[in-house]
Ligand binder design. Structure first.
Ligand code: FES
Length: 160
């Protein structure tokens, strides 16, 4: 019986497909993802893209909600520093990103599950490699499992 359980573990792990929520800026990373698609560059189908006008629109609550609702990873893509169409939206994103990383670490969420990348509209190949790399890293970590303490924090955050 024990051997049977052990032999099923690799099968379960092999079946795991990470769910990644990606918040992409309309003017750069979203266009890069589009370019990757029209150029027939293959990237993992594990990403659900949410288009926003600027990476600065990503409220920290969006990230927490994504994790709380079943995402195994969250990716933010924005214009390169200095190229934001709203002047400094991506600088705000960068500040929030570092703060959120600390919060997520305290919640026991591994660093590889949350990522920020600057990808311009011309970098279709880069969006492909970032997505594939993130999917592989999250796959190696396995499904996100929030513990009871984290659930409490999530409820507190939800009322903010
Ligand atoms: S417009 Fe792209 S990050 Fe602000």
């Amino acid at each position: 019986m024990r051997n049977r359980q052990l032999s099923r573990a690799p099968l379960l792990q092999a079946a795991f497909e990470p769910r990644i929520v990606a918040f992409f800026c309309n003017w750069c990373t979203y266009l890069a993802a589009d370019l990757a698609g029209t150029s027939r560059m293959k990237y993992a189908p594990n990403v659900r893209v949410i288009r926003l006008m600027c990476s600065g629109r990503v409220d920290p609550q969006f990230v927490l909600d994504a994790f709380a609702q079943g995402a195994d990873g969250v990716l933010i893509g924005g214009c390169h520093p200095g190229d934001c169409h709203y002047q400094e939206g991506n600088y705000k994103t960068l500040r929030r990103y570092h703060l959120l990383k600390c919060v997520l670490r305290q919640m026991g969420i591994e660093e590889e599950r949350f990522r920020l990348e600057w990808i311009s509209a011309a970098e279709g190949d880069r969006v492909r490699s970032v997505i594939n790399d993130m999917v592989e890293k999250v796959r190696a970590l396995g499904p996100l499992q929030l513990d009871a303490e984290t659930e409490d924090i999530r409820e507190e955050v939800a009322v903010c």
